[in-house]
Design a protein around this ligand. Structure first.
Ligand code: ATR
Length: 273
């Protein structure tokens, strides 16, 4: 049977085996999908061993995405732009192809929630790996403006300079931000510590869409805060997780699974519904 897995550390709580097993059942593909948690300095060896033993493809998550970028033999254009690899496929001619489906997953999830990206003013919070992966797919949707704000302003400036050939992207400090924005995407890891990015509450209004790439069984700190200040449309990163997985499955198997039912099952599994 064709073998896939996800590499991460820690990875025990990954939802990827659950999601891909449902995709395989739905599309009647024969495959198995597991977990691998190599020591941080053992990833390269573990990856080589997996493919030497017949593995067909894998996902890569924290903290290995940047290292995976350096280990594959070929990169997709979107992985090259993201500077990170979350999906690897062994091609028919035996080449390890690195791809990045995170940004496509975010855009697909935003669209499935009915968020309009064309001609919109987007505020992206954070300038780490998650922000970098999102920038090219967001700019491809032709927003009228995309502003990056980050605690460390120089990192936002560097990202804006790197992507300004793709669209109207600029960097502003949190203090400089002037609304109204149509969509705010939180790519910071602040919610992990129950913290908030230092965003002025005045930027939140009833017609704004709020997206937090993080997710949990209950609202993230950022989503709770935005709701308190009047945001009516809030979304967490669970949909992005399922959509990036669907994109990876499509890269591997050449067949696109449906995501709605799988997202519902995942929410039930997490105790969200
Ligand atoms: P990831 O790969 O998830 O993007 P990362 O590369 O470590 O992780 O980036 C984390 C991002 O969250 C950074 O933009 C970080 O800001 P700094 O560049 O200033 O470190 C941001 N971040 C983390 N905690 C934050 C907090 N409490 N408030 C605001 N931003 C925060």
């Amino acid at each position: 049977m064709d073998r896939y897995l996800v590499f991460g550390h820690p990875v025990r709580h990954s939802k990827s085996p659950f999601i891909h097993t449902l995709f395989a059942r739905q599309t009647q593909q024969e495959l198995e999908y597991g977990l691998a948690e190599p020591a941080v300095d053992q990833f390269a060896q573990a990856l080589r061993t997996f493919f030497a033993q017949g593995g067909k493809g894998c996902n890569v998550t924290v903290p290995f995405k940047e290292q995976a970028f350096t280990l594959v033999e070929r990169l997709s254009p979107r992985a090259k732009r993201a500077g990170a690899v979350n999906t690897i496929k062994l091609t028919d001619d035996g080449v390890l192809l690195g791809d990045n489906t995170d940004g496509a997953g975010l855009v697909a999830d935003l669209k499935s929630h009915g968020v309009t990206l064309a001609d919109s003013r987007i505020l992206l919070l954070g300038a780490g790996g998650a922000a970098r992966g999102a920038l090219a797919p967001l700019l491809a949707e032709l927003p009228s403006e995309l502003v990056i704000a980050n605690r460390t302003h120089t990192k936002a400036q560097q990202l804006a300079a790197e992507f300004c050939d793709l669209g109207p992207v600029t960097a502003q400090t949190y203090e400089q931000l002037a609304g109204p924005f149509d969509l705010v995407i939180n790519s910071t890891s602040a919610s992990l510590q129950g913290e908030l990015p230092p965003l002025a509450p005045a930027l939140i209004h009833t017609d704004i869409a709020i997206y937090d790439m993080m997710y949990g069984a209950s609202d993230t700190a950022f989503i709770s805060w935005a709701k308190q200040h009047g945001a009516r449309q809030t979304m967490d990163g669970l949909g992005m997780l399922v959509e990036q997985a669907a994109e990876a499955f499509t890269v591997w198997r050449g067949i696109r699974p449906g995501t709605k039912q799988v997202l519902r099952e995942l929410k039930r599994n997490l105790g969200v519904i």
